[in-house]
Ligand binder design. Structure first.
Ligand code: HAM
Length: 417
């Protein structure tokens, strides 16, 4: 029986790659002063169907079912509604702004396509309790540095910035009512996917034309983005972003800045996306808590594909994989009669915090050296007739030393030439 389509089975080499992605995300998050949190994987269905949470598209992609107690539940398709609920219920406990990040599994019943799976991992970074554009810029800078953490450069990727308030002003100036705006933004969201005739027809129905919309997109950066642009430029990140008003984002809750990260050649789906959502916490808490918020999500699937396609990013990945794989010591049992002593050595090295492995059953010394090689061991320690003295071999240079058992761990931590 096969695994379900869109769900991954990660064998060790793939799990190791994913481990590098997650540890890089965590390192950048700590670097920006964010704290880690997590929420439930299974949520009440209402969390997503409630007004303003998510959007039409994501509702159609829910894994939803009735649990054993007759409750309507859904596997989380995104973090933001859970975060908004968590923030609303304990907001008073935390100093503002709350800079929080989470790494977890998400589920969407997506159409099969490259870069999109039905279970994926997302890094979510959000700042709650700060309504200013500097918080917006901090998040965009974070998204840029998360990408740079993988060795990706400004010639490889770009953050596209846009602003929903700029769209609202434009649409209101063309006589559209507040109620019509979400519908038009849905049309704009499909600008690159839908045929021009389809777009024209949909826009004409609300009194707009495709050329009006395209002219607005081609126009100068709207005033709503000036501060964020200035902030990012001061950081020296000017090469990493562009204004692109065709970005409106599919999720309904965004109220201000919206942005997406793309590969420069735009051959892949979005690597990350986010924006400001100042009304979601209030909406989900029925008005009890009003907390402005901004954040983004970055998935591991497109990112993983992208890294493997960019040679300098893949080279850095290989270095990190080698570091992650490296074993300090492989213990070789040269004389089976000394296995009890070898076990003592293994245990003492592990106790000393050295990563240590050894064969579980008797085999020829040559085979054990091969195993040490395959395990990427830095040192082989040979337990044999010289006990309590041990032969230590540096695998890279083949240089050998004799070290007494009592000094072994210290020696390995500060190896002599
Ligand atoms: P999103 O644009 O739906 O935003 O997802 C963010 C990222 O998650 C995407 O750019 C993509 O990398 C990844 N992703 C989404 N769906 C899939 C999938 N089916 N397979 C693989 N990767 C996927 C959100 O989820 C917002 N909640 C982000 C956010 C956080 N906004 C504010 N705070």
């Amino acid at each position: 029986m096969k695994a379900l389509a869109g769900f991954r089975e990660l064998y060790p080499e793939e799990a190791l790659r994913r481990g590098v992605i997650l540890s890089t995300w965590r390192r950048v998050a700590r670097c920006y002063g964010f704290e880690e949190y997590d929420g439930p994987t299974l949520e009440p269905l209402d969390l997503y169907s409630k007004k303003n949470a998510g959007g039409e598209e994501i509702l159609g992609q829910l894994y939803r079912f009735e649990d054993g107690g007759g409750r309507q539940v859904a596997l989380r398709p995104e973090m933001t509604p859970s975060l908004a609920r968590m923030a609303a219920s304990k907001e008073k406990h935390y100093r503002k702004p709350m800079k929080w990040f989470a790494i977890g599994n998400f589920f969407r019943f997506e159409r099969q396509q490259r870069g999109r799976l039905r279970e994926f991992i997302q890094l979510n970074c959000d700042i709650l309790g700060d309504a200013g554009p500097d918080a917006d810029a901090e998040l965009v800078a974070f998204a840029i540095d998360a990408m740079r953490g993988f060795g990706l450069r400004s010639e490889d990727f770009v953050v596209r910035l846009s602003h929903r308030k700029a769209w609202t002003s434009f649409l209101e100036a063309h006589g559209l009512s507040g109620k019509q705006i979400p519908g038009v933004l849905q049309i704009v969201d499909k600008l690159e996917r839908d045929a021009p005739e389809v777009l024209e027809e949909k826009l004409t129905a609300v009194g707009l034309s495709l050329s009006q919309v395209k002219d607005f997109i081609k126009g100068p950066p709207p005033p709503e983005l000036h501060h964020v642009i200035g902030n990012l430029t001061s950081r020296g990140l000017g090469d990493f972003f562009e204004v692109d008003l065709s970005i409106v984002r599919g999720l309904a809750y965004y109220t201000g800045l919206v942005f997406e990260v793309f590969d420069r050649s735009k051959s892949l789906r979005a690597l990350a996306g986010g924006g400001r959502y100042d009304a979601l916490v209030s909406g989900l808490s029925d008005g009890a808590v009003d907390l402005p918020a901004v954040g983004f999500g970055m998935g591991d699937v497109v990112l993983g594909n992208f890294i493997s396609e960019v040679p300098h990013a893949e080279a850095l990945m290989q270095t990190r994989l080698a570091e992650a794989r490296a074993l300090d010591v492989y213990v070789i049992v040269a004389d089976e009669a000394r296995r009890p002593e070898a076990l003592r050595v293994i245990q003492s090295l592990r106790d000393a915090g050295l990563t240590t492995d050894a064969g579980l059953s008797p085999s020829k010394v040559g085979k054990q050296f091969q195993a040490a090689e395959l395990a990427h061991a830095k040192f082989a320690v040979v337990v044999g007739s010289e006990w309590p003295s041990l032969k230590v071999k540096r695998m890279a240079t083949r240089a050998e030393s004799e070290v007494p058992y009592g000094e072994l761990a210290e020696w390995l931590k500060n190896p002599q030439a």
